[in-house]
Ligand binder design. Sequence first.
Ligand code: SF4
Length: 61
Amino acid sequence: MTVTVIAGCISCGLCTEEYPDLFVMNDEGIAHPVSHEVPAGKEKEAQQAAEDCPVSVIITA
Ligand code: SF4
């Protein structure tokens, strides 16, 4: 599974607070995946983050 944050993050902090293994904020306060490839065993968390993001900019594939 891969995870991407597309344009439009509103810096709410949900993904980085709930899933710090998967997402980090950059210097501009925009969330990015720690790794494009979701680590083994973290697939459900990545999927949940995608569902929870208020502006639906977390994309899993
Ligand atoms: S949950 Fe969505 S809007 Fe909030 S910080 Fe993460 S990517 Fe950005």
